[in-house]
Structure formats: structure tokens, C-alpha cells
Ligand binder design. Sequence first.
Ligand code: GRF
Length: 222
Amino acid sequence: MSSLTRVVVLLSGRGSNLQSLCRNAHAYQVVGVASNVPEAVGLEVARSFDVPTLALPRAGFATVHEQKAAIFAALERWEPDLLVLAGYMQIVPRAVIEQWWGKMLNIHPSLLPELPGLDTHARAIAEGKRWHGCSVHLVDAGIDTGPVIAQARVAVQRSDTPATLAARVLTREHKLYPWVVNAWSRGAISVDARRIQYSDEARIEAQALDFIIPTDHAPSSV
Ligand code: GRF
């Protein structure tokens, strides 16, 4: 049997997705957590799972570009197979995107391509959306524009505030992200150019878990 996929998580904040990724790691292991924010609570979450961390703050570098380049160079020490962004609040340098194309994922709190960017929960309410949710996508050079791998929907209630809606979306994030990373690690989700391919097993699992995966192309196998 092949060894576990080596996952490095990047984060800037509280790390609730990291926690769920660590708790639900079956086909992968989280081998390191990197941050641009030394005081990020997510680094404490990593330590609680005995996962090594590194944090390189902006203050240590002449430019933000140097800081970002240093973070992505430093995480190579963990020999990752997959980079998983989980609340990482910096734009990834283009050279890194090219190096990691197809092997760098992000989770975004909206049903992309709707509501890229910040404040998605407040915007979903303000725009009168009936449905909101979260998306796991490949990272490309745009802001939240990479090909979507899978999504989870949440119905917007009339009584919702941005905080109540965010909380419901977050519970779905915590299911969706580990499912995608496990499936990617097993080879049940794969990337061919900008096309995502799914095994029949992955499609069946997604349906059972009420996740949405793109249906604009046929299943990968007969
Ligand atoms: C999540 O809402 C995620 O969708 C977004 O940043 C937030 C990270 O939350 N990209 P946490 O740090 O995982 O709790």
C-alpha cells in the first residue's frame, strides 16, 4: 500500500479547519503548518496535534514578496505532496502557483463563482441569496478563481445574521475539506490540466454526503 499523502497546511487565523483536517486524516497526514502570523491560534491547534509549525512574520523581511517566498521555501523541509490553504490571508506568489499547480487547494466560504473575496456571509444576506456555502478549489493566479473541486450548500434563513450563517457554513467546511483531501490522497479526485476528475466512488460518496461536484463532464471511468 502506498504511504500517506504528506499535507502541509497554511493558515493565518484560528485554525478550525486545520483541527478538522487533523481529526479526519485517513489517507493523508498533516506533516507541517506554516503561517505568516506567529500569534495565529491555528499554530496552537497544530501543536496540540504534535504537528510541527513555522511562522515567518512580515516584520522579518524587507518586502512582503520576500516574506511570502521565504514561507513557501521553508515549508519544503516537510516534503509536502499537497499544500492546503485554510484561512491563509496572503496572495500566493505566481511562481509558487505554477510550481504547485494541481497540488494546492483552498477553501472559500461561498458557492464559487459567486461571492469571491471577503465578507461573503454578510454579502450573501445583503444580496438576498437563498443558498450559500463553501467551495474547495484549486489555487490559480486569481482571487478565488481556480477550478472548483467540491462544494457544500447551506440554506440562508430569514433570521440569519452574518455570524449565524458563518457558523453553519463552517460546520460544512469541516466536513468538506477533509473529504476532499482524503479523496485526493486516495487518487479518487485527480487533476488533468484544469479539469478535475472523480472516480465513481468519489461521486457516490459526494452524493451521500450532500456535496456538490461539477457535473459538466462525464465520470472518468466507464
Ligand atoms: C474559513 O471560513 C475559510 O473558508 C476561509 O477562512 C476561514 C478559516 O477559518 N478561507 P479557520 O481558521 O479554519 O477556522
